[in-house]
Design a protein around this ligand. Sequence first.
Ligand SMILES: [Zn+2]
Ligand SMILES: [Zn+2]
Length: 268
Amino acid sequence: MIDYHLHSHFSGDSVEDIEAYIERAQELGIQSIAITDHLDPFPDKTRDLFLFNKEDYFKELEEIQSRHPNFDLRIGAELGMIPSLVEENRKEMARYPFEFIIGSVHSVDYQDIGSGEFFPGRSLEEAYRLYYEAMLDCVRLYDFFHVLGHIDYMDRYVSYISKDTKPLDDTRFKDLITAILKEIIRTDRGIEYNTGGYRKSLGHGHPKAWILEKYYALGGRILTLGSDAHLVKDLGSNFDQALEEIKKAGFKEIFSYKDGNFKGESIL
Ligand SMILES: [Zn+2]
Ligand SMILES: [Zn+2]
């Protein structure tokens, strides 16, 4: 088993030690993990909470890899994608030997979703539509990420609108979401199943069942699994439930990524 979405002290919203993740993974029998710390460049350079020093990052992670030669540790990143910054990001990411890149949409129109600043003055319908439109743009532009992160991530944060606001039924954006999935499949990339949704009490991981089923029906097979843990205790969280959901949607394998290739591992 793998956990391919983890945040350490290099992320602005985590303080965790990387070797503690390795220890926890070994306790749980998880053979491979990817540290995927946040990189969310904004045109406004004052917003640097979700950036890290890449020299320090590679130095620390490569040292840890050499201390644990028998453990499969991927040096990754979760890139927060913004359409206008694609060329800058492409150049910057290519300067470093990232081994696994999750492409995520965390903001739309330079407004952060996870802090709630994106919601004021917008209907839920508009917020979702703009989010999925931005995701389609990013999937087309950013051809250098490996898996698309937490597709229905918006669901986590609608409570910013009011505490009783429930996620919108996103089947109404089926055409947009289908276009996103088709582009991922056409370009031989994958999506992740992200168990952070369970911890946000959504009752499912990301993406939810119909999107996962749609991806499978369109021919999508490349699926990674990640907890999106910001705390060591959350590594591997809800993986039993997640695997049930994944199998129910038809998948027979979970994929790892090494040296430029996805490799399936049976989950049956
Ligand atoms: Zn994310
Ligand atoms: Zn994350």
